[in-house]
Design a protein around this ligand. Structure first.
Ligand code: CS2
Ligand code: MG
Length: 409
């Protein structure tokens, strides 16, 4: 099954997504996700001008061999741009293999370890009461676990709200960073946020008791000692996990947190290779590994890393925000089904435009994700629809503290 061509399709059905399309000489087509939020064109260029040249003429069945060739064989390796490009290729090749053998991907990865996947959604509130209302609304569709975020005082005064404004569409007043407002940062105060976090979490536990899972993403905003203090204070509220309390490479920071609390810790959306996460896994510094299948080189390295994590009692909770496409959500769901150490899956709602472009067989219903038995990833791409939703430049938001210095967001 020799590779005849590799193309990219950039589309914006609500958000920008980069699709990799590989076609074999005998007419089988595979699709993969190569979306890197706010850097879509860099990945596209890497694929179109460089990596595609290596692929044409290679045997599409030799996925690991192609992965190695693109990763180390071409010398420059690692980093989010190249690993996202490689992920798109890897997913498209697995899609082809599934179609070639008429099997859903999870079958090729060892078969089902479970019947369905527990999912969690993002919920944002302006106040703690508003947050509780939004959780109640979401509970109506069967969801049992929530990644909660809230406004801070400053963000309210500014007429903005904090916590990834670009992605919280539930509020209906999403602030998109476009070329015109790129330099307008939000104001941030970690002390205020730390206090609010405890106050809001305590309120949610009082309101809902132990009936729901609570996840909070600190998005690396704490210093190690602030993170340790927060994890210690949060202990009594029994979080499902606290995500990214410190920067991903800060092993000593993670050790400090571990030394002070048993709040479960999750990390991983910024890792690009096994070398980034081996130490946290082996030293049991994290409980959930949040790899982003689209930024980690795809299915092939994710399966290997999941096996290492399994040996250390670390569960997999793939990063699954709205800035990766349904192709990536399908890829990670197939892996989730096939691994013994699945933890939980971050999930998002689909809008109509998204469903027009991506016809997916991986579905959310009543708190769980299920998958239908269709060959490959199980996502058909409507290329005409994709081409109609043309790329719209968008940028990641920025954050500054009260003194005007740049801060992690
Ligand atoms: C977040 C992401 O879902 C999460 O855990 O950390 O939404 C993250 O902010 C975005 O993927 C950045 O593009
Ligand atoms: Mg996160």
């Amino acid at each position: 099954m020799l590779i005849k061509s590799m193309e990219t399709i950039l589309t914006c059905p609500g958000r920008n997504y980069l699709i990799v399309k590989i076609t074999t000489e005998d007419g089988v087509t595979g699709y993969g996700d190569a979306t890197l939020n706010g850097r879509e064109l860099s990945v596209k260029e890497a694929l179109d001008s460089h990596l595609s040249k290596y692929l044409v003429g290679m045997d599409a069945e030799r996925i690991t061999d192609i992965w190695e060739l693109v990763y180390r064989g071409t010398y420059w390796r690692g980093g989010p741009v190249l690993m996202t490009a490689l992920a798109g290729i890897d997913m498209a090749l697995w899609d082809i293999k599934g179609k070639r053998y008429g099997a859903p991907l999870y079958q090729l990865l060892g078969g089902r370890c479970r019947d369905r996947l527990r999912a969690y959604f993002h919920v944002h509130g302006h106040t703690k009461e508003d947050l509780a209302d939004r959780i109640r609304q979401r509970m109506e569709d069967g969801c049992t676990c929530f990644r909660y975020s809230f406004d801070t005082k400053d963000s309210r005064q500014e007429g903005l709200y904090f916590n990834q404004p670009h992605q919280d569409i539930s509020l209906g007043r999403r602030i998109e960073v476009t070329e015109g407002n790129i330099g307008k940062p939000e104001v941030w105060d970690t002390e205020e946020y730390g206090h609010d976090l405890i106050r809001v979490t305590s309120y949610l536990r009082d309101t809902f008791g132990g009936s729901i899972g609570l996840i909070h993403d600190s998005h690396e905003r704490f210093t190690p000692i602030q993170a340790a203090a927060a994890a210690k204070q949060l202990e009594r509220f029994g979080l499902f996990f606290l995500e990214d309390p410190v920067e991903p490479v800060n092993v000593q920071g993670l050790e400090l947190i571990r030394g002070h609390s048993v709040t479960p810790i999750a990390m991983g959306e910024l890792y690009n290779s096994m070398k980034d996460c081996l130490i946290p896994i082996e030293r049991n510094l994290i409980d959930y590994l949040r790899l982003d299948i689209s930024h980690y080189g795809g299915i092939t390295p994710s399966m290997k890393t999941a096996a290492v994590a399994e040996n250390h009692g670390v569960k997999i909770a793939f990063h699954g925000p709205s800035d990766i496409s349904p192709l990536a959500h399908a890829a990670l769901a197939h892996v989730d089904f096939a691994i013994p150490n699945f933890g939980i899956q971050e999930w998002v709602d689909h809008n109509e435009e998204l469903d027009q472009v991506f016809h997916t067989n991986v579905r959310y219903e009543n708190g769980f994700i299920t998958i239908r038995d269709t060959p490959g990833l199980g996502v058909e791409v409507d290329e005409d629809a994709a081409r109609e939703y043309t790329y719209k430049p968008k940028f990641l938001p920025t954050l500054r503290d009260r003194e005007g210095a740049v801060h992690n967001w």
